[in-house]
Design a protein. Structure first.
Length: 207
Protein backbone atom coordinates (compact mmCIF):
# COMPACT_ATOMS: atom_id res chain seq x y z
CA UNK A 1 0.00 0.00 0.00
CA UNK A 2 1.47 3.37 -0.98
CA UNK A 3 0.88 6.51 1.06
CA UNK A 4 -1.94 7.63 -1.26
CA UNK A 5 -3.90 4.55 -0.17
CA UNK A 6 -3.46 5.27 3.55
CA UNK A 7 -6.67 6.86 4.81
CA UNK A 8 -8.01 7.81 8.21
CA UNK A 9 -10.30 4.78 8.10
CA UNK A 10 -7.47 2.37 7.27
CA UNK A 11 -5.32 3.95 9.99
CA UNK A 12 -8.01 3.41 12.62
CA UNK A 13 -8.59 -0.12 11.31
CA UNK A 14 -4.89 -0.85 11.76
CA UNK A 15 -4.91 0.52 15.31
CA UNK A 16 -7.95 -1.58 16.21
CA UNK A 17 -6.24 -4.65 14.74
CA UNK A 18 -3.12 -3.94 16.80
CA UNK A 19 -5.17 -3.68 19.99
CA UNK A 20 -6.80 -6.99 19.13
CA UNK A 21 -3.32 -8.52 18.76
CA UNK A 22 -2.60 -7.87 22.44
CA UNK A 23 -0.98 -10.81 24.21
CA UNK A 24 -0.52 -10.81 27.97
CA UNK A 25 1.70 -13.20 29.90
CA UNK A 26 2.70 -13.62 33.52
CA UNK A 27 6.13 -14.25 35.04
CA UNK A 28 5.95 -17.93 34.04
CA UNK A 29 5.10 -16.95 30.44
CA UNK A 30 1.58 -18.30 30.82
CA UNK A 31 -1.05 -16.46 28.77
CA UNK A 32 -3.69 -14.59 30.76
CA UNK A 33 -6.76 -12.57 29.79
CA UNK A 34 -6.99 -8.80 29.92
CA UNK A 35 -9.48 -8.99 32.80
CA UNK A 36 -7.17 -11.19 34.86
CA UNK A 37 -4.26 -8.85 34.10
CA UNK A 38 -6.30 -5.81 35.17
CA UNK A 39 -7.22 -7.45 38.46
CA UNK A 40 -3.57 -8.26 39.14
CA UNK A 41 -2.23 -4.81 38.34
CA UNK A 42 -4.99 -3.16 40.36
CA UNK A 43 -4.04 -5.48 43.23
CA UNK A 44 -0.48 -4.18 42.88
CA UNK A 45 -1.86 -0.63 43.18
CA UNK A 46 -3.88 -1.52 46.27
CA UNK A 47 -0.92 -3.12 48.03
CA UNK A 48 1.33 -0.21 47.12
CA UNK A 49 -1.09 2.21 48.73
CA UNK A 50 -1.62 0.03 51.82
CA UNK A 51 2.10 -0.58 52.35
CA UNK A 52 3.11 2.97 51.45
CA UNK A 53 5.29 1.75 48.59
CA UNK A 54 5.92 3.57 45.30
CA UNK A 55 5.85 3.20 41.52
CA UNK A 56 8.57 4.13 39.02
CA UNK A 57 8.04 4.26 35.26
CA UNK A 58 10.68 4.17 32.52
CA UNK A 59 10.59 4.65 28.76
CA UNK A 60 12.51 6.28 25.90
CA UNK A 61 11.27 8.83 23.36
CA UNK A 62 7.55 8.41 22.74
CA UNK A 63 7.44 5.80 25.49
CA UNK A 64 8.87 8.40 27.88
CA UNK A 65 5.89 10.62 27.09
CA UNK A 66 3.54 7.68 27.74
CA UNK A 67 5.03 6.91 31.16
CA UNK A 68 5.01 10.60 32.12
CA UNK A 69 1.29 10.71 31.29
CA UNK A 70 0.62 7.54 33.26
CA UNK A 71 2.62 8.86 36.22
CA UNK A 72 0.44 11.96 36.20
CA UNK A 73 -2.73 9.84 36.35
CA UNK A 74 -1.32 7.53 39.03
CA UNK A 75 -0.51 10.52 41.23
CA UNK A 76 -3.54 12.70 40.57
CA UNK A 77 -6.34 10.18 40.05
CA UNK A 78 -5.19 7.26 42.20
CA UNK A 79 -3.10 9.10 44.81
CA UNK A 80 -0.22 6.65 44.35
CA UNK A 81 3.34 7.80 44.91
CA UNK A 82 4.81 7.58 41.42
CA UNK A 83 7.92 8.88 39.67
CA UNK A 84 9.62 9.04 36.30
CA UNK A 85 13.39 9.28 35.91
CA UNK A 86 13.43 12.25 33.53
CA UNK A 87 14.75 15.10 35.70
CA UNK A 88 17.13 16.70 33.23
CA UNK A 89 20.13 17.52 35.41
CA UNK A 90 20.29 14.10 37.07
CA UNK A 91 19.55 12.17 33.86
CA UNK A 92 22.27 14.00 31.92
CA UNK A 93 24.73 13.61 34.79
CA UNK A 94 24.34 9.83 34.77
CA UNK A 95 24.36 9.76 30.97
CA UNK A 96 27.41 11.97 30.58
CA UNK A 97 29.48 10.12 33.16
CA UNK A 98 28.41 6.51 32.68
CA UNK A 99 26.45 6.27 29.41
CA UNK A 100 22.75 6.30 28.64
CA UNK A 101 22.57 2.52 29.01
CA UNK A 102 22.97 2.89 32.79
CA UNK A 103 20.91 6.05 33.38
CA UNK A 104 17.66 4.33 34.41
CA UNK A 105 19.46 1.42 36.05
CA UNK A 106 21.28 3.71 38.48
CA UNK A 107 18.12 5.62 39.36
CA UNK A 108 16.25 2.35 39.85
CA UNK A 109 18.97 1.19 42.23
CA UNK A 110 18.72 4.50 44.07
CA UNK A 111 14.94 4.67 44.46
CA UNK A 112 13.32 1.25 44.08
CA UNK A 113 12.83 -0.95 47.13
CA UNK A 114 11.25 -4.32 47.84
CA UNK A 115 7.51 -4.47 47.00
CA UNK A 116 7.70 -1.30 44.89
CA UNK A 117 6.53 -1.45 41.26
CA UNK A 118 8.47 -0.68 38.08
CA UNK A 119 6.49 -0.11 34.88
CA UNK A 120 8.75 -0.44 31.82
CA UNK A 121 7.58 0.64 28.36
CA UNK A 122 9.61 -0.05 25.22
CA UNK A 123 8.26 -0.40 21.68
CA UNK A 124 11.06 -2.76 20.67
CA UNK A 125 11.39 -4.44 24.04
CA UNK A 126 15.13 -4.40 23.41
CA UNK A 127 16.38 -1.03 24.72
CA UNK A 128 19.44 -1.68 26.85
CA UNK A 129 18.71 1.03 29.41
CA UNK A 130 15.18 -0.32 29.96
CA UNK A 131 16.38 -3.92 30.32
CA UNK A 132 19.01 -2.86 32.84
CA UNK A 133 16.44 -0.92 34.86
CA UNK A 134 14.21 -3.99 34.95
CA UNK A 135 17.13 -6.17 36.08
CA UNK A 136 17.86 -3.69 38.88
CA UNK A 137 14.20 -3.73 39.95
CA UNK A 138 14.17 -7.53 39.98
CA UNK A 139 17.31 -7.53 42.12
CA UNK A 140 15.52 -5.22 44.57
CA UNK A 141 12.57 -7.66 44.71
CA UNK A 142 10.17 -5.14 43.20
CA UNK A 143 7.14 -6.00 41.07
CA UNK A 144 7.52 -5.40 37.32
CA UNK A 145 4.99 -4.70 34.55
CA UNK A 146 6.21 -4.44 30.95
CA UNK A 147 4.76 -3.09 27.72
CA UNK A 148 6.48 -4.01 24.45
CA UNK A 149 5.96 -4.62 20.72
CA UNK A 150 7.84 -5.46 17.52
CA UNK A 151 9.33 -8.97 17.78
CA UNK A 152 7.32 -11.51 19.76
CA UNK A 153 10.53 -12.89 21.28
CA UNK A 154 11.82 -9.48 22.45
CA UNK A 155 13.69 -9.79 25.77
CA UNK A 156 11.57 -7.37 27.80
CA UNK A 157 8.49 -9.53 27.28
CA UNK A 158 10.04 -12.29 29.41
CA UNK A 159 10.98 -10.16 32.40
CA UNK A 160 7.80 -8.87 34.01
CA UNK A 161 5.29 -10.23 36.48
CA UNK A 162 2.82 -8.98 33.87
CA UNK A 163 3.80 -8.47 30.23
CA UNK A 164 1.66 -6.62 27.67
CA UNK A 165 2.76 -7.26 24.07
CA UNK A 166 1.44 -5.64 20.87
CA UNK A 167 2.10 -7.54 17.64
CA UNK A 168 3.18 -4.68 15.38
CA UNK A 169 6.43 -3.33 13.91
CA UNK A 170 5.11 0.23 13.61
CA UNK A 171 6.31 2.64 16.28
CA UNK A 172 3.13 4.68 15.97
CA UNK A 173 0.79 1.70 16.33
CA UNK A 174 2.71 0.21 19.26
CA UNK A 175 2.95 3.54 21.07
CA UNK A 176 -0.74 4.34 20.55
CA UNK A 177 -1.69 0.87 21.78
CA UNK A 178 0.51 1.23 24.86
CA UNK A 179 -0.96 4.67 25.59
CA UNK A 180 -4.51 3.29 25.34
CA UNK A 181 -3.66 0.36 27.62
CA UNK A 182 -2.06 2.62 30.23
CA UNK A 183 -5.05 4.97 30.16
CA UNK A 184 -7.43 2.03 30.45
CA UNK A 185 -5.56 0.69 33.48
CA UNK A 186 -5.71 3.98 35.38
CA UNK A 187 -9.25 4.93 34.26
CA UNK A 188 -10.70 1.62 35.40
CA UNK A 189 -8.71 1.66 38.65
CA UNK A 190 -9.98 5.17 39.37
CA UNK A 191 -13.58 4.28 38.50
CA UNK A 192 -13.78 7.27 36.14
CA UNK A 193 -17.41 8.39 36.54
CA UNK A 194 -17.50 10.44 33.34
CA UNK A 195 -16.28 7.40 31.42
CA UNK A 196 -18.84 5.16 33.14
CA UNK A 197 -21.68 7.51 32.20
CA UNK A 198 -20.48 7.70 28.61
CA UNK A 199 -20.28 3.92 28.38
CA UNK A 200 -23.85 3.64 29.68
CA UNK A 201 -25.07 6.22 27.17
CA UNK A 202 -23.35 4.47 24.28
CA UNK A 203 -24.82 1.12 25.34
CA UNK A 204 -28.31 2.66 25.28
CA UNK A 205 -27.73 4.05 21.79
CA UNK A 206 -26.48 0.68 20.51
CA UNK A 207 -29.63 -1.02 21.83
Amino acid sequence: MNKDKLTAASYFDCLFSCLQSLKITDFCQESITIDVALRRIHRFFQKIKERKRKIALVGNGGSSAIVSHMQNDLCKCLKLRSMVFTETALLTAFTNDDGYETAFEQQTELWIDEQDLLIAVSSSGASENILRAVAAARKAHAHIVTFSGFQEENPLRNLGDLNFYIDSSSYGMVELSHAILCHMITDIAAGDQVLIQELLQRQKVEK
